[in-house]
Design a protein around this ligand. Structure first.
Ligand SMILES: NC(=O)c1ccc[n+]([C@@H]2O[C@H](COP(=O)([O-])OP(=O)(O)OC[C@H]3O[C@@H](n4cnc5c(N)ncnc54)[C@H](O)[C@@H]3O)[C@@H](O)[C@H]2O)c1
Ligand SMILES: O=P([O-])([O-])O[C@@H]1[C@@H](O)[C@H](O)[C@@H](O)[C@H](O)[C@@H]1O
Length: 501
């Protein structure tokens, strides 16, 4: 495995099997006495190990024949085949825009020519989306070519090029429990596993084994992109399948959260974070949207809407609670979520938001936003990030000086919070929805695997009268070695500095 970013440090070791890093994790505990906070910093020595061998990854989608399932499969095929297609606005080329790992960058450090940025995907060995093998289930029997046409997401000229490939893909029959999704979905349910719950679960497990054997993949991840189901609590001892799920979780299967955080809700986790972090007090948030795809049809039923309303509504809680200057305990902004089904607009979701906030001296600030996009083209890159990040986390283990036995991440993988509207976290852990905190968490965990300190954006070297960075004798020689020479590649400068021994 040849990594594009290599760390030249005594704290990082590249063995045949692992990237091994020594990392000092700094945190602080706080004691409150009245209005006095006593802060006690602490640090823990970690050793991180990341397996360098990237497996052949199979992804089985529940709801494979839906707008998201067909779109993400088509997008990977189009990228893998290097497809371009003509549209009325010119030639389009397949890409992975909207994927944090594929199309977003991190700052590695600075060079004589300035700061150096590299894509997340280059930080650690990870699955390339082009190499993912898809399979899955759907209660609808349509092959993926016809399902892609039904979805009305991708340009027809692209669909025509993909048709020979997509029409070969057929969703496996699935489990259909009518009361879990809207009654208006019954017309699609012609591809079902019959029998008792136990027999249905047994068939699903046979499907997974069958896919793994026939595709030759090393690992299989299962991801839900079927319809939003009615809200249901997990009640110990009642959800008997939860017991199997808990057993498989004990074996290290990761779960991450509900509902892809794709558009209106993602923007909300940015905007409210921005407002509250600058000391402005959002007091009313109204999120309206309408869409005309099958998801919108399913959400036109009350129980399914309620489920979505819950996942769309809790995204501001942690941000609001983080600022007792603005909000009294348990005080929250008014928050209203409206979703309407309008068939004509199809997958082109229209989102309209109004944010009203209190500003200084009794002032009021109101922002109105309008956002139109193909909903599935926002969700598809999130599906890729979910499976690629989950697979990467399965290859990361760590130990501490006090607990030297290597362990993996908790099976509730809260690192995935960035990608979910309603993240799951381990019992007792804080739920974080704030966009930039979530993104920084992913970046800094990856930096820890490379023995790099958290990104702090301080740039002290540029804020001093006499900077240590400019006087040779003070400069710490710890350059980041990247391949071989300095090049300017496609808009981002890729410092590949030859390393002087
Ligand atoms: N931008 C987005 O599209 C977006 C964003 C966030 C969340 N979501 C959520 O993602 C999910 C999928 O969205 P979509 O636009 O692809 O919806 P969709 O209705 O087009 O696709 C869902 C698919 O699931 C199938 N299905 C339903 N129950 C099933 C079962 N028990 N087993 C197997 N298949 C089943 C349906 O037949 C359908 O093909 C929805 O829950 C939606 O709320 C979508
Ligand atoms: O854009 P976002 O809020 O992240 O999420 C979307 C909702 O706005 C939309 O109403 C719903 O139909 C989609 O499934 C998705 O959940």
């Amino acid at each position: 495995m040849h990594e594009k970013v290599r760390i030249n440090s005594a704290d990082v070791k590249y063995t045949e099997k692992h990237i091994e890093s020594r990392y000092c994790y700094h945190t602080a505990s706080v004691r409150r006495d009245g209005d006095t906070f006593t802060v006690t910093p602490s640090s823990t020595e970690f050793i991180f190990r990341t397996e360098r061998k990237v497996p052949r990854l199979g992804v089985m989608l529940v709801g494979w024949g839906g707008n998201n399932g067909t779109t993400v499969t088509a997008a990977v095929l189009a990228n893998k085949l290097g497809l371009t297609w003509k549209t009325k606005t010119g030639l389009k080329k397949a890409n992975y825009y909207g994927s944090l790992l594929e199309s977003s960058t991190v700052c590695l450090g600075s060079s004589p020519d300035g700061e150096v940025y590299a894509p997340f995907r280059d930080l650690l060995p990870m699955v390339h989306p082009n190499d993912i093998v898809f399979d899955g289930w759907d209660i609808s029997s349509l092959d993926l070519g016809r399902a892609m046409e039904r979805a009305q997401v991708l340009d027809w000229s692209l669909q025509e090029k993909l048709w020979p490939h997509m029409s070969q893909l057929k969703p496996r029959p699935s489990v259909y429990i009518p009361e879990f999704i809207a009654a208006n979905q019954e017309h699609r349910a012609d591809n079902l596993i019959r029998g008792s719950k136990a027999e249905q679960v047994a068939q699903i497990r046979r499907d997974i084994c069958d896919f793994r054997e026939k595709s030759g993949v090393d690992k299989v991840l299962v991801l839900w992109t079927a319809n939003t189901e009615r809200f249901c609590d997990v009640i110990p001892g009642v959800n008997d399948t939860a017991e199997n799920l808990l057993n498989s979780i004990q074996r290290g299967v990761f779960i991450g959260g509900d509902d892809f955080k794709s558009g209106q809700t993602k923007l909300k986790s940015v905007l409210v974070d921005f407002l509250v972090s600058t000391g402005i007090k959002p007091t009313s948030i109204v999120s309206y949207n309408h869409l005309g795809n099958n998801d919108g049809l399913n959400l036109s039923a009350l129980q399914q809407f309620r489920s979505k309303e819950i996942s769309k509504s809790n995204v501001v809680d942690d941000i609001v609670q983080s600022n007792p200057v603005l909000y009294r305990p348990r005080e929250k902004p008014d928050h209203c979520v409206v979703i309407k089904y309008v068939p004509y607009v199809g997958d082109s979701k229209r989102a309209m938001d109004e944010y009203t906030s209190e500003i200084m001296m009794g002032g009021t600030n109101t922002m109105a936003l309008h956002n139109t996009c193909e909903d599935s083209l926002l969700a598809s890159p999130i599906i890729l990030d979910l499976v690629i990040l989950t697979e990467l986390c399965q290859r990361i283990t760590f130990c501490t000086q006090d607990d030297p036995v290597f362990q993996g991440f908790h099976s509730v993988l809260s690192l995935l919070s960035f990608l979910c509207k309603a993240p799951l976290v381990p019992q007792g852990a804080p739920v974080v929805n704030a966009f930039f905190r979530q993104r920084a968490c992913i970046e800094n965990v990856m930096r820890a695997c490379l023995g790099l300190p958290p990104q702090n954006h301080m740039q002290l070297e540029h804020k001093m009268t006499r900077s240590f960075m400019h006087s040779e004798e003070n400069h710490i020689h710890n350059p980041i070695l990247m391949n071989g020479k300095i090049e300017h590649i496609k808009g981002y400068q890729n410092i590949l500095t030859s390393h002087q021994n």
